[in-house]
Design a protein around this ligand. Structure first.
Ligand code: PHB
Length: 389
């Protein structure tokens, strides 16, 4: 071999090595699942994980050409432990992307850590308005909702359609409860109603008796409640056991009755709620999702399962655009921002603030289902107050 040919061969070999190394460096994509696996939101965390994994399996276990490896942390829905927990994933486990969580207070600590470290974060539930408001960032996405969205829609429905004039709100005292009840108040009062009292209990307490007595004495036209998971089961049952459901309709964002109807039974029948998902959508996309979910987990999916599934869809869109290279943040974000996400809930986009712009359904509890009644507000975008990107 001549010197020149040898040089050419060596160059080719070097280039091949670099290419292979590049591929090897890509290796598996480490997904950190930070979710509640204990406490009142346990079922929500499990449904999110199931939904996420279902989408990954539908893609042959890979997204953007990369195999997925999971690391899990139980966040216990405890904001006091949130910074330590998220740093375990970022610093100890070196994850490529974080998917989490359910609780708004925990999610805000996660958003702060994601913003500081540049780690991609996809929020598959927590509605904290700040995450896609003042804390919004190019590497932070949400596949769920803002607390304002379903709440505002329920306020409109209660005043305009149900013709209610005076309402009391009740919730756990933390970001999600405050934002949800304030969102309801905004929609309700804009449409002519008045919120006369805003009641709270500490998270995750379920001692509701004293407040139910107060509601009975005040006799409002309606009550709007934000609770979810185990707390929602208890609240709806206590409300009915006190006989209040006979005289004062109980409204809420759909979390009050989603994934909870088996346990709530008769106490929830006929309730109206608003949410970005519903039973009985009867679209081919939703039907195929529900069939696959039921087959994989021997369970009916709920809104949390859909949000987990769509978190994987958002990740796939970004990774497809960057050929699996999640460090290409700008390309990743640009692809997600212009995508129409083909969700079981109906197609949605995330826009500049990275929060779903989506239809909010009015649903009515009928047996074990939150049956779709109508579209309460079409293509509702969160106002994204304070988001500058
Ligand atoms: C929240 O903390 O943002 C939250 C928790 C449970 C829900 C919805 C929102 O079902």
């Amino acid at each position: 071999m001549s010197q020149k040919n040898l040089r050419t061969a060596l160059t080719a070999l070097t280039l091949a090595c670099i290419a292979t190394l590049g591929h090897a460096q890509q290796g598996k994509l480490k997904v950190g699942l930070m979710l509640p696996y204990s406490g009142t939101y346990t079922a929500l965390g499990v449904a999110i994980e199931n939904g996420f994994k279902l989408r990954v399996e539908e893609q042959g276990g890979k997204l953007g050409g990369r195999e997925i490896e999971y690391v899990k942390v139980d966040d216990e829905s405890d904001p006091a432990k949130a910074t330590d927990n998220v740093n375990k994933l970022i610093k100890r486990d070196n994850v490529d992307v974080i998917v989490g969580t359910v609780h708004s207070g925990v999610a805000m600590a996660m958003a702060k850590a994601a913003k500081e470290s540049g780690t991609t974060l996809i929020v598959p539930n927590a509605g904290a308005d700040a995450v896609t408001g003042p804390m919004c960032a190019p590497n932070i996405f949400r596949s769920s909702f803002s607390n304002w969205q379903p709440a505002y829609a329920m306020g409109e429905v209660a005043a305009k359609q149900e013709k209610k004039k005076k309402a009391i709100t009740i919730t756990w005292k933390y970001a999600a409860g405050d934002e949800s009840t304030n969102g309801f108040k905004e929609g309700f009062e804009k449409a002519g109603g008045q919120v006369v009292k805003q009641l709270t209990v500490p998270f995750p307490n379920v001692e509701f008796q004293a407040l139910l007595t107060e509601i009975a004495a005040a006799k409002p036209d309606a009550v709007y409640a934000f609770f979810a998971g185990g707390g929602a089961v208890k609240f709806v049952k206590d409300y009915a056991a006190a006989g209040l459901n006979k005289t004062i309709p109980l409204y809420g964002p759909g979390f009050l009755t989603d994934g909870t109807l088996d346990a709530q039974g008769d106490s929830a029948q006929g309730m109206l709620t608003t949410l970005h998902y519903a039973d009985g959508l009867n679209t081919p996309r939703d039907t195929s999702f529900r069939t696959a979910y039921a087959k994989a987990f021997k369970l009916q999916p709920d809104v949390y399962a859909v949000q987990g599934y769509d978190a994987a869809q958002i990740l796939a869109i970004g990774l497809d655009a960057t050929k699996g290279d999640i460090s290409k943040k700008a390309e990743f974000a640009a692809a997600v921002e212009k995508a129409k996400i083909d969700s079981p809930r109906g197609a949605f986009s995330v826009g500049k603030s990275h929060n779903p712009v989506q239809d909010i359904y009015l649903r009515k509890v009928d047996g074990k289902e939150n049956k779709m009644v109508s579209v309460a507000i079409k293509g509702l975008a969160d106002p994204a107050r304070g988001c500058r990107m």
